[in-house]
Ligand binder design. Structure first.
Ligand code: SAH
Ligand code: SF4
Length: 396
């Protein structure tokens, strides 16, 4: 008998702690550039409330100013201190000398025939990442799909981003900035009082990169977005998608408790090892156990299992049956994503009848199994099609 690859029990817990430290150390290695401009002014976007208060205290301003600025920056969406009408002119000028309210630059915007819009944002050091706005076909609102990293350390075989090595992590200002700049483009400031804003009302962390390998920056950004005196999105309107970084799933659950989506894609370790190489570190049993531990899972707040449909590989009725037995008892839904091809990709999308058969089995077992209709495929904006130019020479 061979020893289990991943021992259970106390050893495993100690290993998780070490692993967590390693992940955080690695994130530091790919840190975003400092949030200070060449002229010495500091970008206020991306600071936590405490950090904002500290910046203001350092120039002799009282704590209430932080609350006031927070409202202007995140509720009103202003980028110019001169528009802050509740702030006296001398203070506006003092602030403008020391600070900016930044946005990533819109390098290009592409519109799909289905109204999906893809933004290529350029950050201060020249790095770029993509953000996609996906309007809901039935309602007057939509989701903003946000990137967390430039490139990705993981190389899932079916994913275009996975062919681009990790360049660096995005910082809180760059993560929240994608959402704010998208709102600028739709003229969505300020948010109507007490109501859900009309269009850009949902965030899915499903763009480029693995959000749980850039946890600290993602968490800071999501706390900013959820703050009720600013953008004020509820945690129910945010979904974080992970390929399965088990130790960080627990932390995200405890600290953020946003909706969780897990990129499962295969029900046997042998296949998942190949499709999602991270599975060799955190195999299916550990991933499912972490899903069961995730807080707040209830019928209203189900965990989403994402399952890319690859012809002849993972789409048999037997796969579907194994899937339902794996997730039995978890309040969950299964998002079936027809594989979106990209230049050079080696897979094919499952046939419509294979997808229907698969969905029917999952449905019969009591799990919703919507088939995600591809959005923005014509502009390479659909799931797994994002990739930007390599600009690694700039940071190395
Ligand atoms: N890194 C995170 C989030 C980004 S990917 C993760 O892997 O979960 C968002 C989703 O798109 C994931 O479920 C991913 O597996 C899926 N995906 C990647 N490439 C795809 C492709 N070519 N077709 C369909 N879905 C894809
Ligand atoms: Fe990275 Fe997610 Fe793509 Fe895998 S699917 S390579 S984790 S972005």
């Amino acid at each position: 008998m061979t020893a289990p690859r991943h021992p259970a029990g106390p050893d495993r817990l100690e290993l998780s702690e070490a692993e967590r430290t390693r992940i955080l150390a690695k994130a530091a290695q790919f840190a975003p550039p400092p949030a200070t401009l060449p002229d010495g002014r500091r970008d206020l976007v991306g600071l936590s409330r405490t950090e904002l208060a500290a910046e203001l205290a350092a120039i002799g301003e009282a704590p209430f100013r932080a609350k006031q600025l927070w409202h202007w920056i995140y509720h009103q969406g202003v980028t110019d201190f001169a528009r802050m009408s509740s702030v006296a002119r001398p203070l506006q000028e003092k602030l403008a000398e020391r600070f900016v309210i930044g946005r990533p630059e819109v390098a290009t915007v592409q519109a799909s025939a289905d109204e999906t819009r893809k933004f290529l944002f350029r950050f201060r050091d020249g790095q770029t990442a993509e953000t996609v706005y996906i309007p809901d076909p039935h309602e007057d609102r939509g989701a903003v799909c946000i990137s967390s990293q430039v490139g990705c350390t993981l190389s899932c075989r079916f994913c275009h981003t996975g062919t681009q090595a990790l360049v660096r992590n995005l910082g809180p200002a760059e993560i929240v900035g994608q959402f704010m700049a998208a709102r600028d483009a739709y003229g969505e400031w300020p948010s109507p009082k007490g109501e859900t804003p009309r269009l850009l009302s949902t965030i899915v962390l499903m763009g480029m990169g693995e959000p749980l390998y850039n946890y600290e920056n993602v968490a800071t950004a999501m706390k900013i977005v959820m703050d009720g005196e600013g953008i004020g999105l509820s945690r129910r309107r945010i979904t974080l998608s992970t390929s399965g970084v088990v130790p960080m799933m627990d932390r995200a659950g405890a600290e953020l408790a946003v909706n969780l989506a897990i990129s499962l894609h295969a029900v046997r370790d042998e296949l998942r090892d190949e499709l999602v190489p991270l599975n060799r570190k955190y195999p299916i049993a550990e991933l499912i156990a972490a899903a069961r531990r995730y807080p707040g899972a209830s019928n209203a707040r189900r965990i989403t299992f994402e399952y890319v449909m690859l012809r002849g590989l993972n789409d048999s009725p037997e796969d579907a049956r194994e899937l339902v037995s794996l997730i039995a008892g978890i309040p969950a839904k299964v998002n079936l994503i027809p594989f979106n091809p990209w230049p050079g990709s080696a897979y094919q999308t499952s046939t419509a009848s294979a997808i229907d058969r698969f969905a029917a089995i999952v449905n019969e077992a009591g799990f919703a199994a919507p088939v995600r209709s591809p959005r923005g495929r014509d502009i390479l904006a659909a799931c797994g099609q994002l990739r930007t130019e390599d600009r690694r020479q700039i940071v190395r």
